[in-house]
Design a protein around this ligand. Structure first.
Ligand code: OAD
Length: 247
């Protein structure tokens, strides 16, 4: 692993223009379960029943129940992996993070360019008048929560069956086409269109480096190499190696 960490650091310095695509594994060490690992969200909640936009329209209280369980409202904090990516941005290498996560932890860690591919659960939006609310400021005692206009509030996250927000989509593909190295961290890379982003980067000539405790469908096909390990361990090591090479 040490050799690959040094290689990743050298590749980052050579590339100069780095993008990252992150998934739920990025926040696992912050205590937020992933979706598809054992004990993940989709073991407890059938996504068709709890995370499809059609369910939201017929039974909005169900997705809201899952949001309550997500419990990111107050507890989760950025882990050393998030902080390492913030440092990689401040060192001038990481231009943007495209995240599938809705937990706001990259933003909390200090990254300024975060593309929210699947929205952000810190916000809710009224389906009637379009007013936005901070989730922390609305009561979840009675579900679904409602707007002051009495419209139903929807978590500002992308549900299955919903399109990706247009601007996030445009910026992500632009980043994929223009980066020289893409870090793909903590994603099973099975949900599209997010999973196509490393493929676009690869086709445009970028080096693709995965950080994940286990291989993914990208491994050996799209990614140039994978560093097997947890984001909270591997990413600080990479950033340390980058700094060592710079002095
Ligand atoms: P998944 O649950 O599908 O995959 C999590 C990935 O993180 C797996 O590849 C794990 O091996 C890896 N992992 C676990 N712990 C890790 C750690 N400590 N460090 C690094 N990696 C770790 O989550 P996503 O790929 O993010 O979409 O799922 C993609 C989308 O599917 C989500 O955004 C969500 C879900 O349905 C929507 O809800 C629209």
């Amino acid at each position: 692993m040490e050799d690959l960490i040094k290689k990743a650091a050298e590749d980052i310095i050579k590339a100069q223009r780095v993008s990252a695509l992150t998934g739920a594994g990025m926040s696992a060490e912050s205590g937020i379960p992933t979706f598809r690992d054992p004990g993940g969200f989709w073991e407890r909640y059938n996504p068709e029943e709890y995370a499809h936009i059609n369910t939201f329209f017929s039974h909005p209280e169900k997705p809201w129940q899952m949001v309550k369980d997500f419990d990111i409202k107050v507890k989760a904090k950025p882990n050393p992996g998030h902080l390492a990516l913030a440092e990689l941005e401040s060192l001038g290498f990481l231009r943007e993070i495209i995240t599938q996560n809705v937990d706001n932890l990259h933003q909390q860690a200090g990254n300024s360019q975060v593309i929210e591919f699947h929205g952000n659960l810190r916000r809710a939006v009224c389906l009637t008048c379009g007013k936005y609310y901070e989730l922390a400021k609305i009561s979840l005692e009675i579900l679904p929560p409602r707007c002051e206009c009495n419209g139903i509030l929807k978590p500002d996250a992308v549900f299955f069956g919903e399109p990706i927000p247009q601007e996030a989509y445009r910026r992500s593909y632009e980043a994929a086409r223009s980066c020289k190295l893409m870090l793909v961290i903590g994603t099973s890379a099975v949900v599209y269109p997010a999973a196509s982003i490393p493929q676009i980067a690869k086709q445009a000539g970028a080096v693709v480096v995965e950080v994940n405790p286990q291989p993914t469908p990208l491994t050996g096909v799209i990614s140039d190499y994978i560093i097997i390990g947890k984001a909270g361990v591997v990413l600080p090591e990479i950033v340390k190696a980058v700094k060592n090479l710079l002095c």
